[in-house]
Design a protein around this ligand. Structure first.
Ligand code: R5P
Length: 305
């Protein structure tokens, strides 16, 4: 049956993500509609969704600065169900709270599991990009929804690097980054390696370069996220001291908290490239097309049509 306006899936978005929603909507051939947001003087939120929703609804929310957005998702998802949604997909290009995947000290909240379970109570499906899965094998383990799709920014970042640098060495700053570096390197046959990293605090990391030839080579650091920028900055320091011809940075998620960009600049980093999972001046790659493809898969497989 050909969907009509009342049954065609719709993508709901918040005002600050209109550009991203428009790109995804165009690629996926989906109508997009705004979730209106009002903040009361005391800080509470009121949301207003379109009054009549089709059976398949997608909510777009990239979860950088996540705390208030998790409340938005609670309000929006449960309201969408009362307005007609039977199958709800969350598109969270950046998925927060994935790094705290164990209690490193007794008494610590395992945020990954708690936030993951919370999202799974609200949504049937999840699409995200390069979630930080380190000690768990799959996204479903962290977020137990009925269907979860993990996309990666690595292939498109690799294409960009191939267009901008000749025979670069791709370097991951730590063991976790090996998964993204390997994908990016395989796509264009780049050399690749990873550093060893020990984190001593939010702003303090210690890195050791791998035993590979660096002198005179263009190096591109690849990671899933840059937050304070300390990880890639330390790597850049060491690489330039070892004679690298240039050091550029390619990340999926441009968190860049506080003075991170100045930290990178002071470390001698040249270009910074990121995907548009988080809107940032460094965005050089759009993930709209892969997200649209994943939406096609989710909507095609959903029992509700
Ligand atoms: C952790 O392993 C991540 O992959 C990143 O390397 C890390 O979160 C980056 O953090 P920062 O920029 O604060 O050093």
């Amino acid at each position: 049956m050909k969907p009509n306006a009342a049954t065609k899936p719709v993508l709901l978005y918040f005002e600050d993500e209109i550009a991203s929603a428009t790109r995804i909507g165009q690629c996926a051939g989906l109508d997009i509609q705004l979730i209106k947001r009002h903040r009361f003087p005391d800080g509470e939120l009121k949301l207003r969704l379109p009054a009549l929703l089709p059976p398949q609804v997608i909510i777009l929310r990239s979860l950088q600065q996540p705390n208030e957005k998790l409340v938005e998702l609670l309000l929006a998802a449960q309201t969408a169900r009362t307005l007609g949604a039977q199958h709800l997909t969350l598109v969270a290009p950046y998925l927060a709270y994935m790094r705290q995947d164990i209690a490193f000290e007794p008494g610590e909240a395992v945020s990954q599991r708690l936030v993951g379970n919370f999202l799974a109570t609200l949504f049937d499906a999840l699409i995200t990009v390069d979630p930080h899965l380190h000690r768990v094998a799959s996204l479903l383990e962290a977020v137990p929804v009925a269907q979860a799709i993990v996309l990666s920014g690595a292939p498109l970042l690799s294409d960009l690097i191939a267009a901008r640098r000749s025979k670069p060495l791709l370097l991951g700053p730590d063991a976790e980054s090996a998964q993204w570096v390997a994908v990016a390197a395989a796509r264009h046959g780049f050399d690749h390696a990873v550093c060893q990293k020990v984190r001593h605090g939010d702003h303090t990391v210690q890195l050791e370069l791998p035993d590979v030839a660096i002198s005179g080579r263009p190096v591109v650091l690849i990671d899933d996220v840059a937050s304070t920028g300390q990880t890639v900055a330390q790597a850049a320091h060491l690489l330039l001291a070892a004679g690298a011809a240039s050091v550029d940075v390619a990340v999926t998620h441009a968190l860049f908290a506080g003075d991170a960009l100045q930290v990178l600049q002071a470390a001698g980093v040249g270009e910074i490239w990121s995907t548009d999972c988080i809107t940032h001046a460094s965005n050089a790659i759009s993930m709209a097309a892969p997200i649209a493809d994943a939406l096609g898969e989710v909507l095609g497989r959903s029992a509700v049509k």
